[in-house]
Design a protein around this ligand. Structure first.
Ligand SMILES: [Zn+2]
Length: 439
């Protein structure tokens, strides 16, 4: 029987005195972006595999082909005023084939259904402009999806979206919505300041603009990294995961280099402290999360019934303050979580909800109980608004918060993997999801 308290002490000491996490994060945040299928993503996969193998863990790559997208240059100008508007092509934008195309740009303000309705007869062949500000869709945070669809259905020929994450910053958006496919029309995002400039240039509600977008939708080999520490029994593995990919153009230090570093840290601890767990402990690093959980859908779909006992996700685990837990386990009894925390000598808030926004959801849909480690004051330090931009850099990741997240992760995993008793049960799976998300 493993002496959990002794191991716990050793591991916590090790976390606070090791530079393994810093080291890994520095390396993977130095490859430029890690968009699915990109060279940066490949290098990050290699950095992780090298470490897992060095620690003696059986490691493999689950390779598969994914539809992804490659960015070229984009240019938006107002020729009448010799004005250039900085812009970024939206992921899955159509290409203009390197040529500049001329459009009347029509202002649709916030792009509400009413804004579309009022301009219904005036959109065919035009470029539409709307800002992404605060508009809520069905009470959920704005994603813009219904407006992309509305623009398409109204016969618009191009889309320009204003973004307001931080002053001067252009958020990179994705032109995807349910039922869409890549390359439907050229689409770019611009900063909030640029929207103001475009609106100043509009007389009678429109202005002539030139737009060129070069990009390509491509099919690329990519893959998930899977490493395992065997347990005494073969099934009911405790699985930890984090997505390796970042959004296009983003070095993804916080989203999700931090999660990768935390999962790797737990792997290092379990391997180097020679833990002999009751259940297998599996470490999975996903590709394609930012393209609609491609990697985790693939991986969770490949599991045999009973193979996973629980899936523990790490997406933005060090994003503002001490760690907290989102649980999707069916165990909302406070007594249970209270006892676990007493035993761990570690307190953290717990919230039982069904969160659909990251890789755990792919497992949840297959009836596997899930945990998701997040930060208590998620996003409070600011970079939340900088995710999916070129500014998601090392400067915004707090090394101590990563260590704190690793401490909580290691404590929980020790208790779930090394005891004979296991407190979670699988539930009824939900119907299969389609892969990829636009098919
Ligand atoms: Zn993420």
């Amino acid at each position: 029987m493993v002496d959990i308290q002794t191991l716990d002490r050793k591991m916590c000491g090790d976390i606070w005195t090791s530079d393994a996490m810093d080291d890994l994060l520095r390396e993977i945040a130095s490859f430029g972006h890690r968009f699915t299928g990109s060279p940066g993503e490949r290098k990050a996969r290699k950095a992780v595999v090298t470490r897992l193998k060095r620690w003696g863990l059986a490691t493999r790559v689950q390779r598969f082909k994914a539809d992804t997208w490659e960015r070229g240059n984009s240019r938006l100008t107002i020729p009448g005023r010799k004005l250039e508007i900085p812009c970024l092509a939206m992921v899955f934008s159509a290409s203009t084939g390197g040529k500049s195309r001329s459009f009347d740009l029509v202002d649709l303000y916030e792009g509400t259904p009413g804004d579309f309705e009022r301009n219904r007869r005036n959109l065919r062949g035009k470029a539409v402009l709307f800002s992404r500000k605060e508009y809520q869709e069905h009470g959920r945070p704005d994603k813009g999806w219904s407006r992309y669809r509305a623009a398409l259905e109204a016969g618009a020929s191009a889309i320009v979206v204003g973004t307001y994450a931080s002053p001067g910053v252009i958020s990179v958006l994705s032109l995807s919505f349910k039922g869409s496919k890549p390359g439907l029309l050229p689409a770019v995002s611009v900063s909030g300041e640029s929207v103001a400039a475009l609106r100043r240039a509009m007389k009678n509600g429109s202005v002539r603009v030139n737009l060129s977008v070069s990009c390509e939708t491509v099919s690329r080999f990519t893959g998930n990294v899977v490493a395992e520490l065997p347990g005494k029994r073969k099934t009911g593995a405790v699985m930890l995961g984090a997505h390796l990919d970042s959004f296009c153009l983003s070095p993804g230090a916080d989203d999700n280099g931090s999660g990768v570093a935390v999962v790797c840290e737990v792997a290092r601890l379990f391997a180097t402290h020679k833990v002999k767990p009751e259940r297998p402990v599996r470490f999975v690093f996903f590709t394609g999360e930012e393209l609609g959980r491609l990697g985790s859908k693939k991986y969770a779909g490949s599991l045999a019934p009973g193979e996973a006992g629980i899936f523990f996700n790490f997406d933005l685990p060090a994003n503002g303050g001490f760690p907290a837990l989102v649980t999707m386990t069916g165990r909302s009894d406070p007594e249970f979580w209270f006892r676990l925390q007493e035993e761990m000598h570690y307190r953290f808030p717990v919230r039982e909800i069904v969160a659909t926004a990251s890789d755990h959801y792919s497992f949840y849909r297959r009836g596997i109980p899930c945990l998701w480690e997040i930060s208590r004051n998620a996003g409070s330090r600011s970079p939340r608004a900088l995710h999916h931009t070129a500014l998601d850099t090392l400067e915004y990741v707090n090394a101590n918060e990563m260590k704190e997240a690793a401490v909580m992760a290691a404590k929980i995993v020790l208790r779930l993997a090394c005891k004979k008793m296991f407190p979670f049960e699988a539930f009824e799976p939900l119907p299969d999801e389609k892969v990829p998300h636009w098919s």
